[in-house]
Design a protein around this ligand. Structure first.
Ligand SMILES: Nc1ncnc2c1ncn2[C@@H]1O[C@H](COP(=O)(O)OP(=O)(O)OP(=O)(O)O)[C@@H](O)[C@H]1O
Ligand SMILES: [Mg+2]
Length: 293
């Protein structure tokens, strides 16, 4: 098999559900070993994109290559190289956690050790429990366990941590960082921007079926959007200024007030969430203007 340059390559991807145009021309690449986050509001087209790449959904147009194969025609050998955690699964489970994982491990040529996976997702105490008797968050951990049991080269995670408690989310991050270290390529969607910032190398922001931004996770949105903001009260007024040298600005304010404490002083470094909200807001404003024209 040829070794393609990218693990995932998508050009002008389109999808219509009847009269609904869910994707109109999405293009991006994911390098081998990279973690790429697809971010966007509800209904933006994230799951549609991922499910086309997994071979779960047909596309209406464009090209896609996943591990060198067109996902529309990928066979079982190709599927065995993928790990998939769907946004929602029909997993009701009349098997125990251990039985289910052992069963699925049997489908793959080179599975992970079942015990290691149970520990990695924090289900040791529930390994003998029927899946249908697990809590929502515990069941989601089973989904993640099933996604990685086959030791995939490429892992698709569609909102994997929805329903996780904060501790489980941190544990999941450790798991993903470990997989990254082993060289696994990961395509992730999440509405938790701190999660995207912690785990991803690059991100694409999708809104209304189109990519509005792609770039390194600490660069998307541009320099301006990431410049720290200093806020303070002076002369009975609230001031706000963006500056790359907040320390210097604060020193100046303190100096001209004879060293007195500055009321309401804060330095805010825009988070990925701030940058993301700004991008999505700009995208929806642009669409509204287009419609109005
Ligand atoms: N099976 C379907 N039939 C018809 N329309 C669909 C179907 N699946 C998705 N859509 C529509 O396609 C658009 C994109 O949906 P998609 O599930 O890809 O969004 P998403 O970005 O994953 O959103 P979320 O964050 O809510 O999971 C939405 O407008 C949705 O209503
Ligand atoms: Mg979705």
């Amino acid at each position: 098999m040829t070794s393609p340059e990218h693990a995932v390559s998508v050009r002008d991807l389109r999808k219509s559900y009847g009269s609904v145009d869910a994707l109109h021309g999405v293009s991006f690449d994911i390098a081998h070993g990279e973690t790429f986050a697809l971010l966007g509001p509800n209904g933006a087209g994230k799951s549609t994109t991922i499910e086309i790449l997994e071979g779960y959904r047909d596309r209406s147009g464009g090209t896609a290559e996943v591990l060198g194969v067109d996902p529309g025609t990928g066979g079982t050998a190709w599927k065995a190289r993928l790990g998939i955690v769907l946004q929602s699964t029909g997993e009701s489970g009349s098997a125990t956690v251990r039985e289910q994982l052992t069963h699925f491990a049997g489908f793959y040529p080179n599975p992970r050790n079942v015990d290691e996976v149970i520990d990695a997702v924090g289900l040791r105490e529930k390994e003998k429990t029927l899946i249908r008797k697990l809590s929502g968050g515990q069941r989601r951990r089973v989904d993640v366990a099933l996604g990685i049991i086959g030791n995939p080269e490429l892992l698709f995670l569609d909102e994997p941590t929805t329903g996780f408690d904060p501790e489980a989310r941190r544990q999941f991050w450790q798991l993903i960082l470990g997989l990254k270290e082993e060289g696994t390529t990961i395509l992730l969607t999440t509405h938790y921007l701190d999660e995207a910032a912690r785990l991803s190398d690059r991100a694409g922001v999708i809104a209304g079926g189109a990519l509005v931004e792609v770039g390194a996770i600490d660069e998307i949105g541009g320099i301006e959007a990431r410049t720290p903001i200093v806020r303070w009260r002076e002369d009975d007024r609230l001031h706000e200024r963006r500056t790359t040298e907040p320390g210097r600005l604060v020193a100046e304010i303190v100096a001209r007030n004879d060293g007195a404490e500055v009321p309401d002083l804060e330095i805010v470094r825009p988070s990925l969430e701030d940058v993301y909200l700004d991008l999505v807001d700009r995208a929806s404003t642009a669409t509204t203007e287009e419609v109005a024209r």
